[in-house]
Design a protein around this ligand. Structure first.
Ligand SMILES: Cc1ncc(COP(=O)(O)O)c(C=O)c1O
Length: 406
């Protein structure tokens, strides 16, 4: 039997992700990778030093299953300090292998085959895979272009008697939308009315710009007992490769997530745990500076994209920006992204791969701006070549040669 025929049905759609495909293309063509969302600078020095010291000091064996107590305390204290939410570090906090594991473990812990999970569409790619692994059914509620707003009526209509959970990501990847108080109040009202669980993916909680404010759903009336709050150190502290995440919730909810987590990975990254604990306790100033720098980078990339004829949707959170690529002569973002590395040496991610309703995402492309200023500038210079090529094509179409152009 061919080895691909051995694959279980439940993993058939979990093929190579678009991120892997585009990152490989970036390498092969030596392109600037504005596709995958990882920063090109590291987190605070004191955090990196702490991890080095932990390795040198012998913190290299299995840590406690729920995470070391200083980290669980730091996670609980962070929730109290920033949002006024109180969690017991012993029974209401679980350290995981990135937010990805917390999400997978929560979905596997609560979703039975055939049950529905409502999620904001476009979806971060691990949601679709995890819901499928659990045998659940995802139901998308659109944050659709051009303004990517939550439609409250569509959300209310998405509930059925099979709805088990809501999976809410704000700040939202890939649109950069930060749900506002009215959106969150409506989500909370519907969750309570339908008595469903809510899983919140808050990995971009600190990456918010302008006057946007991240408000955890767990703080809304009726939500604390039904919400699993998930976040991680990756985005906040520029350490996406460390994969230290966490889940917060009532002891019952966290026990269920822990039961799954222990058989996925058992424990998570021992030497990184004390370092992340320190970053959570002492890193607020570093995070504030990093957020201000990201806001400048957002503005820099937005201005650059405008110069090449792409009008960006300005994100209020995350480090992603979206554009409609039709002004550059493409109807399809996948086609655009597959051509881009060869044509001008830049990589972006097509929105389409985050949608069930592929049509809704077809013309949009996502650009990551968590990169050095000179990298962003060089990307814009390269993108400018698309216009030069187009101008030449126009000249050719008029029957003249490029040499005729003054
Ligand atoms: C919305 C969202 N959730 C979760 C993750 C994964 O987080 P982690 O690296 O902590 O597993 C990402 C990473 O890009 C993301 O964008």
């Amino acid at each position: 039997m061919a080895s691909d025929a051995w694959q279980a049905d439940r993993v058939r759609s979990a093929t190579t992700t678009i991120f892997a495909e585009m990152s490989a293309l970036a390498l092969a063509t030596q392109s600037i990778n504005l596709g995958q969302g990882f920063p090109d600078t590291d987190g605070p020095d004191f955090m990196l030093d702490e991890a080095r010291a932990a390795i040198a000091g012998g913190v290299n064996q299995y840590p406690p299953g729920r995470g070391i107590r200083p980290l669980r305390e730091a996670i609980a204290e962070h929730a109290r300090r920033h949002y006024g939410l109180s969690y017991d570090p012993d029974s209401e906090v679980l350290v995981t292998t990135g937010a990805t594991e917390a999400l997978a473990a929560a979905i596997l812990a609560f979703v039975n085959p055939g049950e529905e999970v409502i999620a904001l569409e476009p979806f971060y790619d691990s949601y679709a895979a995890s819901i499928e692994l659990a045998g659940g059914r995802r139901v998308g509620v659109g944050l659709l272009g051009p303004d990517f707003r939550l439609d409250h009526a569509e959300l209310a209509a998405a509930f059925t008697d099979r709805t088990k959970a809501l999976l809410i990501n704000s700040p939202h990847n890939p649109t950069g939308v930060v749900l506002d108080r009215a959106d969150l109040a409506e989500i909370a009202r519907l969750a309570v009315r339908h008595d469903v669980l809510v899983i919140c993916d808050e990995v971009y909680e600190h990456l918010v710009f302008d006057d946007a404010e991240h408000l955890p759903l767990a703080g809304f009336p009726g939500m604390r007992p039904r919400t699993v709050r998930i976040s991680s150190a990756g985005k906040t502290f520029s350490a996406t490769g460390w994969k230290i995440g966490w889940a917060l919730g009532t002891p019952e909810l966290i026990n269920a997530v822990t039961a799954v987590k222990q058989f996925l990975t058992y424990v998570s990254g021992a030497p990184f745990q004390p370092a992340v604990a320190r970053a959570l306790n002492e890193g607020d100033e570093w995070v504030a500076r990093s957020r201000a720098q990201l806001e400048d980078k957002r503005n820099r990339l937005a201005a650059g994209l405008r110069t090449v004829g792409l009008e960006p949707h300005i994100p209020r959170g995350t480090y992603f920006m979206s554009t409609d690529v039709r002004p550059l002569g493409y109807a399809d973002g996948v086609e655009f992204c597959r051509d881009l590395p060869e044509r001008c040496g830049v990589v972006a991610i097509p929105h389409q791969v985050f949608y069930d309703r592929v049509e809704a995402g077809r013309p949009y492309v996502r650009w990551a701006f968590c990169k050095a200023d000179q990298v962003l500038d060089e990307a814009i210079t390269r993108l400018g070549r698309l216009n030069e090529a187009r101008d030449l094509a126009l000249v050719d179409a008029r029957g003249t040669t490029p040499r005729d152009v003054p």
